[in-house]
Design a protein around this ligand. Structure first.
Ligand code: GLC
Length: 509
């Protein structure tokens, strides 16, 4: 049976405000995205995930949705989105929307509708006037805000402007079934599901324990283990419900979950055959860029994944420091090695806009900062060309976030056979021809500083992340692609020599 389209898809995440600004107001928009779809077609990606496109007061830059059926006026009109869907389809690129079901904006009509009071989590405080429990919010402060007129507190896992929906409420569940159908009927190919792991909270609202040593950076900062308001297994019931909805469509819509847990064991509770199709692997993203550690995370993921389940790998996002900075400190050869690893593993891969040119985190001066949680450095505009406005916006227009260095840009790298961009494209082409990079992942013994594995289809992938040469014995075959492109096509007879910070995909006999 042929596999599903997403099983080895490359999904490209666009942060719409920062990709391409068609109307020269300094903010990226949907017509801008449509005008640059050629880049994605050329790159060869299978799908496009748009960070939220819905109307929003932008307390959390679109992740506070005020209307799940609309389009944010900053980004364009419903007709612009329709055109984007049509143009993407013409290029065989599927479009995923970013569904934000954990919470709405406090500007959403539901939040002000007395008839929908029980769609949210309103509770009395304790007799001493303190909030219902000790939960702390992901961006700091308490999870509870008191509303004088109502004499009660409401729950918010994130900002006070993002009241959490009560997912124990059947009406909420039914409403979201309809939202999914609304968009699937309009031709979207599925959804990235925001905070898919935290939809359901402890029904008794029990107090949380203190942070553990393994907490994610967010929770380490907050100082609490969000045991009772993030990562509960009951979220899977909701995923199953949505899977039932998507199963009703012949187009094979995808549910890609933001399952932001730090342990693979915890991730596995979402990896079920009738829930999310893909569950994002944050333990991988947070693995230090050390060959042995990457190999260990991948081996453990492979060990835990049941037959038939597809892993998905990503290294950057609009929330996390870009990998070219976090993993590679801007080093070009290491950035290329990271892309070889990311795009050669079994399963789907997600590239965040700019990963393909090695875009780095950009320092944003205090007076230009927009995000309360400090994530602006990974949200700055895409760099298309080395010119004022960077091809993102018209020269002379002040972009909503500053543009970083423009030396790494799409135009120059497209012309350069040795660039990060050309390598990324060649890797994607290699994946598309299912052969070599198909099938099971098998780890190989590798010298210190190196990580090596084979794919059932015949590829041998080896990454030397160290500063010394490394040698893999017993390899017969040919280098298909090397981060040092002058080695492409080289015959390997007996031993594969890897230069420092060098990676190869070889065909092994
Ligand atoms: C997810 C989003 C992040 C947002 C948060 C709250 O983690 O990726 O950007 O701030 O949810 O919606």
């Amino acid at each position: 049976m042929p596999g599903k389209w997403w099983e080895q898809a490359v999904i490209y995440q666009v942060y719409p405000r920062s990709w391409a600004d068609a109307n020269a107001d300094g903010v990226g928009d949907l017509p801008g995205i449509t005008s640059r779809l050629d880049h994605l077609e050329w790159l060869g990606v299978d799908a496009l995930w748009l960070s939220p496109t819905f109307p929003s007061p932008n307390a959390d830059w679109g992740y506070d949705v005020a209307d799940y059926d609309g389009v944010h006026p900053d980004l364009g009109t419903p007709a612009d989105l329709e055109r984007l869907l049509v143009e993407a389809r013409r290029r065989h690129i599927r479009v995923l929307l970013d569904l934000v079901p954990n919470h709405t904006s406090d500007a959403h009509a539901w939040f002000h509708d007395d008839g929908k009071r029980d769609w949210y989590v309103w509770r009395d405080g304790k007799p001493d006037g303190s909030p219902p429990n000790n939960w702390l919010a992901a961006f700091g402060g308490r999870c509870w805000t008191f509303v004088e007129e109502r004499g009660q507190w409401y729950l918010h896992n994130f900002l006070p402007q993002q009241p959490d929906l009560d997912w124990w409420n059947e009406d909420v569940r039914r409403e979201f079934d309809e939202i999914l159908r609304y968009w699937l009927d309009r031709g979207v190919a599925g959804f990235r599901i925001d905070v898919a792991h935290a939809l359901v909270k402890d029904e008794q609202l029990r107090d949380n324990p203190p942070a553990r040593p393994t907490e994610s950076p967010t929770w380490a900062r907050v100082g609490q283990w969000p045991k009772h308001n993030f990562g509960l297994p009951e979220a899977v019931d909701i995923h199953r419900r949505w899977r039932h909805v998507t199963d009703g469509y012949a187009s094979d819509p995808l549910l890609l979950g933001e399952t932001y847990v730090m342990e693979l064991d915890a991730l596995m509770q979402y990896v079920v055959p009738d829930g999310l199709h893909l569950s994002m692997n944050f333990p991988f993203l947070h693995t230090p860029f050390v060959a042995e550690e990457l190999a260990a995370t991948v081996a453990e993921t492979e060990r835990l994944y049941p037959d038939g389940a597809t892993p998905v790998w990503h290294a950057s996002s609009h929330d996390d420091v870009r990998f070219a900075t976090r993993w590679c400190a801007g080093d070009e050869p290491l950035t290329k090695c990271a892309l070889v690893g990311l795009l050669s593993l079994r399963g789907a891969a997600i590239l965040y806009q700019g990963d393909e040119i090695g875009m780095e985190a950009v320092e944003v001066p205090v007076e230009r900062r927009k995000d309360l949680a400090g994530r602006d450095p990974c949200r700055t505009p895409m760099v298309w060309r080395d010119e004022p406005g960077a091809g993102f916006t018209a020269p002379g227009v002040e972009p909503w976030l500053p543009i970083g260095k423009t030396d790494r840009n799409v135009a120059a790298q497209r012309e350069d056979p040795d660039s990060i961009l050309t390598l990324t494209r060649d890797l994607i082409q290699l994946r598309r021809h299912r052969g070599l990079l198909a099938g099971a992942y098998t780890a190989l013994d590798a010298p210190a500083g190196a990580w090596a594995f084979t794919r059932e289809g015949g590829a041998l992938v080896a990454l030397n992340l160290g500063d010394e040469p490394a040698r893999l014995d017993g390899v017969e075959g040919a280098i298909v692609l090397c981060t040092d492109r002058s080695r492409d096509g080289e015959v390997v007879a007996g031993a594969l020599e890897l230069g420092p910070r060098q990676a190869v995909v070889a065909s092994a006999a």
